[in-house]
Design a protein around this ligand. Sequence first.
Ligand code: SIN
Length: 493
Amino acid sequence: MNLLRASSRRYSLLPQGAQAFVAGKWTPSESGAVFDVVNPYDGKLIEKVANCTVKDAEQAVHSAQAGLQLWTHSYTAKQRGAILHKWFDILGQRETELATLLTREQGKPLAEARGEIQYSAAYFDWYAGEARRTYGQVVPSAVPNRLHLHTREPIGVVALISPWNFPTAMIARKAAAALAVGCSVVVKPSEDTPLSALALAQTAQEAGVPDGVFNVITADRERTAAISKFLCESTDVSAISFTGSTPVGKLLLAQSASTVKRVCLELGGNAPLIVFDDADIDSAVNGTMATKFRCSGQTCVSANRIYVHKKVHDQYVEKLSTAMKDKLVLGNGMDATTTQGPLINQRAVDKCEILLSDALGKGSELIVGGKRGDHGTSYHPTLITNVQPNTQIAHTEIFGPIAAVQKFQDNEEVLNAANDCRVGLAGYIFGKDTSRLQYFARRLEVGMVGVNEGLISCAEAAFGGVKESGIGREGGMQGIDEFTNWKYICTQY
Ligand code: SIN
């Protein structure tokens, strides 16, 4: 029996199985190859997915070029906005199905997956409105009888290369902005989580996104490298938008140089979280829980280096350990009580073990957790303190559920430590002295700061980093900058 057909019956979100979505049609790879997508909790096969080739990617870009002409020129901003709004409605109506699929392939708890679908939908809602606010400018001329007009033009076909940690939301954040301004897209989802991307394609079609405007090509790890290189080097692709690791971002940036492409990169973080001596400790603990354990610590905005003032250190560690023991439940994402799903793969678990053993070997103290779970790639939420600056964990993006605490005494010393880093995505500060909070908010070398707040991501705000955390912003009104070019029109009258 055809495996694609057999498995497809399980989801109306994948009506013809896990095939690529090109020019509005579900298509197998020209190679006929498929690859396995497994549930990280139990290692069981979920689907066999089309393993696309560069030739398939060429077809997708072709399709996106045709879609672009239609979408840019035959649809008004208002019509594009209306379709995005319908897409928002559909995500709301199909939240349970989408979240269930997401949990199965990514592992995050169902409640968190629902939150991700709502988060994704919020981008369609926001950019449905922004489509009509893609304003230009009229600039007074220095000479008589001349009109200077600045308009924003869609940049063209955009390749969206998306990660596995937020398999729906990271596509939504990019695609909603790109589509709002009239671009068409080719999505290349992570090989670990292609099903959510395909499900999103199904909802795009239901919303009335025309054929060719939203394309998805899926591929395994091996083929992904060649496809990404092709997308970066293609003269028919005008921009690359990537979320993922800093090393891969650098590679894509280099590969895009030959065509002088617009590149938007959301890369790694190593977020400092600072708790000052005047902080409300309950609020600092709530904020830490929110940023550290969301998606089992697998987010680029996760608190990675936790600096706590000596005076409040013991109280903070005690309250955080109580909150972790009381509130965090490791398990199968499909169980209602689970708050912590598995990590994405074995490499992620191994990395936690290596970092932890190095830290403990160099004087850190284990307070909670510190071991693998009983199933699949699970890892227990972990708290260590007395982390020494010479440990790997103090400098590495953990991307797992380990809260690593360091003590500090002096403000300038902690600011220097926080900024002593080649990446700068998010930072968090907890305290009451507004002058000090403002000083730190301005001096931290990061793109986003949470002040007495651990959960900062939202559709209305500009998400992005400085240094090697990336280039460009996603979300907010800034998100459309990545997908538009300014055009200057000078008219003599
Ligand atoms: C990410 O980890 O890549 C994004 C997280 C977010 O949007 O909050």
